[in-house]
Design a protein around this ligand. Structure first.
Ligand SMILES: Nc1ncnc2c1ncn2[C@@H]1O[C@H](COP(=O)(O)OP(=O)(O)O)[C@@H](O)[C@H]1O
Ligand code: SF4
Ligand SMILES: [Mg+2]
Length: 451
């Protein structure tokens, strides 16, 4: 008897639940198609709750006015229900577009120029050295040792220095790939948190030196560029993905026929264009370029640099352009920071650095540069000695064992270099700046104290 009652009530409950679930599914399918129908909705990352809300509202609305028509009027109820589902989905879509303002994200943004995009204050990255029997910390590699800089929208900061001076480490710490030891990093006036948010992964993009290592050889170009569109922007509609990939390929001067090829079917320059297209996919604000042209033929380098400059002019990206090649910097940078053994030795505008290089290391780098011009690859000067170890840097000025300045004194081996203003926005870190500069420096110091 009891068992019979249980079975009966279960059947009764099922009889009630099944039609409601079926109606919910119907409303879900209708709202799925209506909300996704508009390409703008592809830019709403979390669309699933929208379908649920729309379907629930539809169910509630349909049962309020219609209970008496349900019995005996199945088709009438079915048509009325579908109509209500369509109206609810359109209403939810309309309200969402109003609230989220998706149009704003739809086009690659023209960013507000001259506003501070990135600010780095006294950044230090010391890699711990583990050793000994107990695997304890026995020292540290001072890869970055107290650097400060900022980048504005639409501006390129060129970061130059020899191999091992800490350029890539700065890029890695900005991308959250290594932890900072000390200092502050602000992106659009907000501190970059240790656990990188999805927003930052979209807004800060990286272009590496070797395009071969950056592209998965098993994937077609359309899938490679679609990855960030799917994972970071949440776009799922295949037609919309192909449309956006084609748009991005056109931006980097590639064509529709390149979409369905594999990376090995491209030249080095074309591969780097694909890497650039992928970096642009998420509508970034800051792009970090770590030696983006070093792996390319000299003739292709200029094409890529011009492409990057054009894109920046058009969309206002901020670039942190890392290179050891001053000729490349002279082509793309607005401001230049010269780095030596984890520290900046000179910063200034491109014109100041190239027409009035003041720090002995900058002068030596400029004298030893080669040109982008493939017919003028002559090296006129070689900086003597090796870069000292960042584990045990020389005392005083770390450049002192290699410095060929005539003003170098014993103090250089003891005193730490101090920041000296040469002109507006042009600074060097030195103990004994060249004499030609000392009169200018004195004058600027006097005018500062007079103020
Ligand atoms: N994970 C690491 N652990 C220890 N030392 C490292 C690590 N990564 C880089 N370094 C050291 O930090 C210094 C700076 O490296 P890096 O930033 O790659 O220089 P750059 O890009 O200017 O050539 C080098 O001396 C390098 O050996
Ligand atoms: S502090 Fe001395 S050793 Fe260092 S760069 Fe200046 S002059 Fe040369
Ligand atoms: Mg590097």
């Amino acid at each position: 008897m009891i068992f019979q009652f249980i079975r009966f009530s279960t059947i009764l409950r099922l009889a009630l639940v099944i039609p409601i679930v079926a109606l919910f599914c119907l409303a879900f399918v209708i709202s799925f198609f209506i909300i996704n129908w508009d390409p703008r909705s592809q830019l709403i990352r979390r669309r699933f709750p929208l379908y649920i809300i729309s379907s629930l509202i539809c169910i509630i609305f349909s049962f309020i006015p219609l209970p008496e028509i349900i019995v005996g009027n199945f088709w009438l109820f079915f048509i009325a229900y579908c109509l209500i589902a369509v109206i609810t989905s359109f209403a939810i879509k309309y309200i969402t577009f109003k609230v989220v303002r998706v149009e704003k994200f739809y086009q690659i943004s023209d960013l507000e120029r001259n506003k501070n995009l990135l600010e780095v204050k006294n950044l230090k990255v010391h890699y711990p050295l583990i050793g000994g029997f107990l695997k304890r910390k026995i020292g540290a590699v001072k890869a970055v040792d107290g650097v400060s800089f900022d980048i504005k929208f639409g501006e390129t900061l060129g970061l130059v220095g020899e191999s091992g001076c800490g350029k890539t480490t700065i890029a890695k710490v900005l991308l959250g790939l290594v932890e900072k030891t000390e200092g502050e990093m602000l992106f659009q006036d907000m501190a970059i948190p240790p656990n990188y948010s999805c927003y930052l992964r979209q807004k800060i993009q990286m272009i590496f030196q070797d395009p071969d290592a950056s592209l998965n050889p098993r994937k077609k170009i359309v899938d490679i560029i679609a990855d960030p569109l799917k994972n970071l922007l949440g776009i799922t509609n295949e037609i919309e993905i192909r449309r956006r990939v084609l748009d991005l390929l056109t931006q980097v001067s590639l064509k529709r026929e390149h979409m369905d090829r594999y990376p090995h079917e491209f030249s080095g320059g074309q591969k780097q264009r694909i890497v650039i297209a992928r970096a642009l996919a998420c509508n970034p604000a800051l792009i970090i370029l770590d030696e983006p042209t070093s792996a390319l033929d000299v003739s292709v380098q200029a094409q890529i640099l011009n492409l990057l400059k054009d894109l920046q002019e058009k969309y206002g990206y901020g670039f942190l352009f890392i290179t050891h090649n001053l000729a490349v910097v002279s082509h793309v940078a607005d401001r230049v920071a010269v780095m030596y053994l984890g520290k900046f030795v000179e910063v200034g505008s491109k014109e100041q650095i190239f027409s009035n290089p003041t720090h002995p290391y900058t002068r030596a780098l400029l004298a030893s540069r080669s040109e982008i011009d493939p017919y003028n690859q002559e090296i006129k000067f070689v900086i003597k000695g090796e870069v000292p170890s960042p584990i045990a840097p020389p005392p005083g000025c770390t450049y002192n064992p290699r410095c060929s300045s005539e003003f170098r004194t014993k103090e250089c081996e003891i005193e730490l270099p101090h920041k000296i203003k040469i002109e507006d926005d042009h600074f060097i870190w030195c103990v004994n700046p060249p004499k030609s500069m000392q009169s200018t420096i004195q004058k600027s110091e006097e005018s500062l104290s007079a103020k």
